[in-house]
Write a protein of this length. Sequence first.
Length: 122
Amino acid sequence: MDWKLELVPIPVADVDRAKTFYQDKVGFNLDHDVRNGELRVVQLTPHGSACSIVMGTGVTQMAPGSQKGLQVVVQDVAAVREALVSRGVETTPVEVMPWGSFIFFSDPDGNTWSVQQIPSRP
């Protein structure tokens, strides 16, 4: 039986600020921004990913900024870093480790992300 992780909640204090950050600065695709009374659901997806993030009002009980260590995998971490920095996202320098090359960044609420480039295999 297949299990597919397809949606991860991101706890934020200001939905519009977070939406702008993830859409305009990080470059995620906006899938939905819908309201139903007190409920607001904003869903965004990284390019090429089968898993999306969701934020809004009434979406999660987690405290803003408490989602730590989300990770995405890319083909070229240096190019991703360059693109993020050019759009105003503060990232760490590329860190090369035996299991991959990484950069790290946080959203305006303090939710943290790592971006990994998997090393070439012989």
